[in-house]
Design a protein around this ligand. Structure first.
Ligand code: COI
Length: 359
C-alpha cells in the first residue's frame, strides 16, 4: 500500500441549482435506483488525497483504459442514515465502516482514506442532503462510500491514482419478503487466502453466477460454503447468517472468506445484552442439515446493512426445501430487529454509542 501523506483537508461545496427532491415518490422507493442531489469526491495522486469536494450528483467520465474496469481495484461500504421524529438525522456506526474500508483498501493495495476525508465528507454530504432522508417507517437513506483505481493504464499493478466517492440513495428494504436460500456446495465465492473478507467489487461479481442459478430455481440467494471442501457455512453474499438451534444463536466465525458485517456484530452484541446464548464458530453443513431434518432450527435470518434483519423462510439443501418458523413477536430475530430500529430512531437507549448525529 502506498504511503499516504496527511495534510489538512477542506471540502469545497458546489450546490445544485434545483433540487430533484420534489420528483421523488417516497412512498414507493426501490432499492438503489434513486440518488440524492449531491455526491462527495476526493482524488488521490502523488501519494496524497486532495481536492475534496461536494458536487451535484452526475455521471463521471473516464478513459476506457481506466484500471478499475480491467483489474477491479474497487472497494465500497454501505451504511444508513435515519431520521428521527424531531427531524434529527443519525448514522449507525460510521466509524466501523471507516475502519473496514481501510482494511479492504489494504488488502487491495489501495491507499488508506484519511479519517477526516471519510467522516467529514460523509457528515457534510448528509447534512446537505438531509431532506433526502426518508421519514417513512422502514425507509432510510442508504450511503455508499467507494474507492476505485483511476489510472489510465492497462499494465497489471496497483494504480497510482484513485478516486474516493460517496453518494446516497433513499431506499426501502432490500428484501421485500422473507427469503428463500439454498446451501451452495458447487460454486465458490471466496477461498482461503483470498479477498472474501474485503468489501471489494470482485466478490460480488463472483457471487452472481451461483445466485442466478439459485434464483432460476426459485430462491433469492445462496448460502455460501467454504471454498476448500464446501463443508462449512460462510455467509449469504448480501448478508451474514444466523441460526438459532436448541436455544443457542450461532453464526459463522470470521476468517479471510467472510465479511466482518457491522449488523452481524451488532446482533451478537444485542444477543449478549439480552442474555441470549450466542456462539461464533465453524458451522458445518452437516450440522445444519441434521438440525433442519430434526426440526431443531428455531430461527434463521440474515443480517446486513441493506438487508437489515431478514427472516429466512426456506433453506434448500440437496434438493429438499426446509421451511422455517416465521420471524414473529417472541423470536430473537424480531426482538433484535425491533431493538436496532428503536436505537436508530432514539426510542431505546444507545448503550454502546452506536449512533452519530449528523445535523
Ligand atoms: C450492504 O448491505 O450495505 C451491502 O453492501 C450489500 C449489498 C448487497 C447491497
Amino acid at each position: 500500500m502506498a504511503e499516504v501523506i496527511e495534510e489538512k483537508l477542506s471540502i469545497h461545496t458546489q450546490k445544485v441549482e434545483k433540487s430533484r427532491l420534489p420528483e421523488v415518490d417516497f412512498e414507493n422507493l426501490p432499492f438503489g435506483r434513486v440518488f440524492s442531489d449531491h455526491m462527495f469526491i476526493a482524488d488521490y495522486k502523488d501519494s496524497k488525497w486532495s481536492d475534496l469536494r461536494i458536487v451535484p450528483y452526475n455521471n463521471i467520465s473516464f478513459s476506457p483504459a481506466m484500471s478499475t474496469l480491467h483489474y477491479a481495484q474497487s472497494i465500497f461500504e454501505g451504511l444508513k442514515a435515519y431520521k428521527r421524529t424531531d427531524g434529527s438525522v443519525w448514522l449507525f456506526r460510521p466509524e466501523d465502516n471507516f475502519k473496514r474500508m481501510n482494511i479492504s483498501a489494504d488488502r487491495m493495495c489501495m491507499p488508506a482514506i484519511p479519517r477526516e476525508a471519510f467522516m467529514d465528507g460523509l457528515l457534510e454530504l448528509i447534512r446537505l442532503d438531509q431532506g433526502w432522508v426518508p421519514g417513512q417507517e422502514g425507509s432510510t437513506l442508504y450511503v455508499r462510500p467507494f474507492m476505485f483505481a483511476a489510472d489510465d493504464f492497462i499494465g497489471v499493478r496497483p494504480a497510482d491514482t484513485y478516486k474516493f466517492m460517496i453518494f446516497t440513495c433513499p431506499v426501502a428494504s432490500y428484501y421485500s419478503e422473507p427469503v428463500r436460500v439454498r446451501i451452495e456446495t458447487d460454486y465458490t465465492r471466496a477461498a482461503r487466502g483470498g479477498v472474501g473478507y474485503a468489501k471489494t467489487a470482485g466478490n460480488y461479481a463472483a457471487s452472481l453466477y451461483a445466485a442466478r442459478k439459485a434464483q432460476q430455481e426459485g430462491y433469492h440467494q445462496v448460502i455460501w460454503t467454504d471454498g476448500a471442501e464446501h463443508k462449512y457455512i460462510e455467509e449469504s453474499g448480501t448478508m451474514n447468517l444466523f441460526f438459532k438451534i436448541d436455544g443457542t444463536l450461532i453464526t459463522a466465525s470470521l476468517g479471510d472468506s467472510v465479511l466482518d458485517g457491522i449488523t452481524r456484530k451488532s446482533i451478537i452484541q444485542l444477543a449478549k445484552d439480552f442474555g441470549q446464548p450466542v456462539e461464533e464458530r465453524r458451522i458445518s453443513v452437516a450440522e445444519i442439515a441434521q438440525a433442519l431434518k430434526e426440526g431443531r432450527v428455531e430461527e434463521a435470518f440474515g443480517a446486513g446493512t441493506a438487508a437489515v434483519v431478514s427472516s429466512v423462510k426456506t433453506i434448500g439443501h440437496e434438493g429438499v426445501d426446509y421451511d422455517l418458523p416465521p420471524m414473529v413477536e417472541g423470536t430473537f430475530a424480531y426482538k433484535a430487529k425491533e431493538t436496532l430500529y428503536k436505537i436508530r430512531l432514539g426510542e431505546a437507549p444507545d448503550t454502546h454509542n452506536w449512533m452519530v448525529r449528523v445535523n
